[in-house]
Design a protein around this ligand. Structure first.
Ligand SMILES: [Mn+2]
Length: 286
C-alpha cells in the first residue's frame, strides 16, 4: 500500500521587522518542541479521510538538541537522514516560519518553490556576519551558500499583479513565467521538493494571518502536485502573526482536502513505479 509520511519542523517566528527594502534586520526565530503536534494529527486525519488507498505515517518532529539557538546545519543533517530513509512514497512537512523549509534544501534534487514572495532578501553584510536565517531571506542563503545550483531551483514569488521571481535578491533562479505554464515547466524537470508558502493562495482561500496573498487556488496547487509528482511537499507559514500555531489549520478542508487528494494520488503513482521496489527495478532476462 502507498505510504504518506508527515514530518513537523517546529520553527516559529516570535518577532519580525522589515527595516527597509534591502535588509530584514530584526528577527527572532525559535525552535519550539511539539509545536506541530496538533497540525500533524489533523493532517493525518484529513489524509486518511480523503483517501483509503494510502497508509499515513507520523514521523514526529525534526529533532534539534537546543531550543535557544537554532543550528541549521544540524537540522539539515537530520532532515537528510530522516527524509532520505523514510519508509514513504511522499512526505509532507509542516512548519510555521518559512525558514523551517531551509533544512530540506540539503536533500539532493530539484525544487519548485511557490510563494507570494521570493524569500531571498539580501543582507547588507554580504559576508553573513550576524546573519539570522528567516522566512524572508532563507533563499538568499541557499543561493549564496551554494546549497542548490540555480538550475536546480525554480523560485516563484507570485503576486496577483505579477507572476515572477521577484524579491529574489540578485537575479538567481530564472525569469518570469505565466501561471498556466508553471505545471508544464515544472514537469520538464523532475521535482523532488515542492516548497509551498500557503500565502501563494488567492485571498479568498487565505489563512487569517497571511501577510500578503497571491493568486493560486487549491485546485491549481493540486494540479501542480499531480504534474510534478514530488517526493517531499513542504507546507509552511501555518501560523498566526503572533507566532502561535494556527491550531485548526487542517480543518480548512476547502483549502487542504484538494492538496491531500493530490498527495495521495502522487503516493499511489510513485509506489507503483518506485525503484525501491526490487520487483520493479530488476528486469528478468530470459
Ligand atoms: Mn515564504
Amino acid at each position: 500500500m502507498a505510504r504518506v509520511a508527515i514530518l513537523g519542523i517546529p520553527i516559529s517566528h516570535v518577532r519580525y521587522s522589515v527595516v527597509d527594502d534591502e535588509a530584514l534586520c530584526v528577527v527572532d526565530i525559535k525552535y519550539q518542541n511539539r509545536n506541530t503536534d496538533k497540525q500533524r494529527k489533523d493532517l493525518e486525519n484529513l489524509l486518511s479521510a480523503v483517501s483509503n488507498g494510502i497508509k499515513v505515517v507520523d514521523l514526529g518532529e525534526l529533532p534539534h538538541p537546543d531550543s535557544s539557538k537554532i543550528d541549521y546545519s544540524k537540522l539539515a543533517e537530520s532532515a537528510k537522514k530522516i527524509l532520505q530513509n523514510a519508509p514513504a512514497d511522499v512526505i509532507i512537512t509542516v512548519g510555521h516560519d518559512h525558514s523551517a523549509a531551509f533544512p530540506l534544501y540539503a536533500i539532493p534534487g530539484n525544487v519548485l518553490r511557490l510563494d507570494a514572495h521570493g524569500d531571498a532578501y539580501m543582507f547588507k553584510d554580504a559576508d553573513f556576519t550576524n546573519f539570522v536565517i528567516s522566512g524572508a531571506n532563507y533563499m538568499h542563503y541557499v543561493a549564496k551558500q551554494n546549497l542548490k545550483r540555480p538550475e536546480e531551483v525554480m523560485n516563484l514569488g507570485i503576486t496577483p499583479e505579477n507572476i515572477s521571481t521577484q524579491y529574489h535578491g540578485d537575479g538567481f533562479f530564472g525569469s518570469p513565467v505565466n501561471l498556466e505554464d508553471i505545471a508544464g515547466i515544472a514537469k520538464t524537470k523532475s521535482v523532488n521538493l515542492l516548497d509551498i508558502d500557503v500565502d501563494v493562495l488567492h485571498r479568498s482561500f487565505a489563512l487569517p494571518h497571511s501577510f500578503r496573498t497571491s493568486s493560486l487556488t487549491p485546485a491549481d496547487l493540486a494540479d501542480i502536485i499531480r504534474a510534478t509528482s514530488p517526493r517531499i511537499v513542504g507546507l509552511f507559514e501555518l501560523v498566526v502573526s503572533n507566532g502561535a500555531p494556527y491550531q485548526d489549520v487542517f480543518q480548512r478542508r476547502d483549502l487542504f482536502a484538494p492538496l491531500c487528494e493530490a498527495v495521495a494520488q502522487t503516493a499511489i503513482a510513485r509506489s507503483r513505479s518506485s525503484p525501491q521496489n526490487p520487483q520493479a527495478s530488476f528486469v528478468a532476462y530470459p
